[in-house]
Design a protein around this ligand. Sequence first.
Ligand SMILES: *Cc1c(COP(=O)(O)O)cnc(C)c1O
Length: 377
Amino acid sequence: MEINFVDLRAQYLSIKEDIDRAIAEVFTNSAYILGPSVKRFEEAFAEYCACREAVAVNSGTSALLLALKALGIGPGDEVITAANTFIATVAAIIEAGATPVLIDADPVTRLIDINRIEAAVTEKTRVIMPVHLYGLMADMDQINAIAERHDLLVLEDSAQAHGARLKDRPAGSYGIAGAFSFYPAKNLGAFGEAGAIVTSDHALARKIRRLRDHGSERKYFHDLFGYNARMDGIQGAVLGVKLRHLDAWNRRRNRIAAKYREELSGLPVTLPPELKHFYQVYHLFVIESDMRNELQQFLSRNGIPTLIHYPIPVHQQKAYTEAGMARNSFPVTEKLAQTILSLPMYPELRSDQIKYISGKIREFFGEEYQDTLVTEN
Ligand SMILES: *Cc1c(COP(=O)(O)O)cnc(C)c1O
């Protein structure tokens, strides 16, 4: 049985006609950068995120960077964020000139440990940047309460959480702004690099719009230092079509997650947490096992691709150690890096494939697992 980790081709084929027509329209009107397709997508995505505005940019990393810059964050400022995250979260803070202050993961949610945030606040702290990793939102009610007590801004790294909700409010709508990535394999993926910032603060949106286009609102008038971070017209066209399917795709991810839970119950693996009031969108289905490496190799021998998100924590990456972050120790994040395993997860994954994957995991714990226990004794 052929199994992919994600299957972008299957998704394209399922909506090919609409996608091809939308792309052809970009070619016909030659609006290759920004233009009407991007504007329409911005309006639809803002509404989807229950925000007044969305600003389309050229990647999720740019979305984080431009949001920080527009909030006036720079040298001397501290930004509190999660140690268990993708490198881009921390890279954007450093690129803005600010100092990242990492917080270890909560062993249950695997997200920023909210109980450790307040102890990390100093007089230099300006922003809390929670990361809604794997499609599960951080508890934004608690984070907003902490931010209010200390007069801090909240920027949500929502790159893995398009459509995730906490009590019916979507990711990106809790903070002053939310940053999204449309990297092809994300829940909402472009056909190349793309990202967006959502916010209900008009002045902030206006500033981000200027920052993405060399600091100018009017061509050749530059009131700010800025960047070239504009979204391509083709990406706007693709995303506009795909956004209409996002809720259905997220529902399918939820059904797949439920099936995995059923098939994997009783095994010595930790499944993703299920939390009341949180609607997860399972960007990844991440299990934990003390025998992760052996399990991964066994699955690979059986034609099942898996990945580790992420194998080396940010503070242990070469460039970041050299920047002084190695002084930190984050035991939960470090342990997760040794035990986590992401199983295939995408809306088109079929029941028979989930059964096959789960069956092989059962087999591993039935035979190989028992063997290793015997040899260890
Ligand atoms: C993907 C991702 C980003 C960066 O997005 P790009 O579009 O790849 O620049 C940032 N943060 C997290 C948590 C991500 O998963």
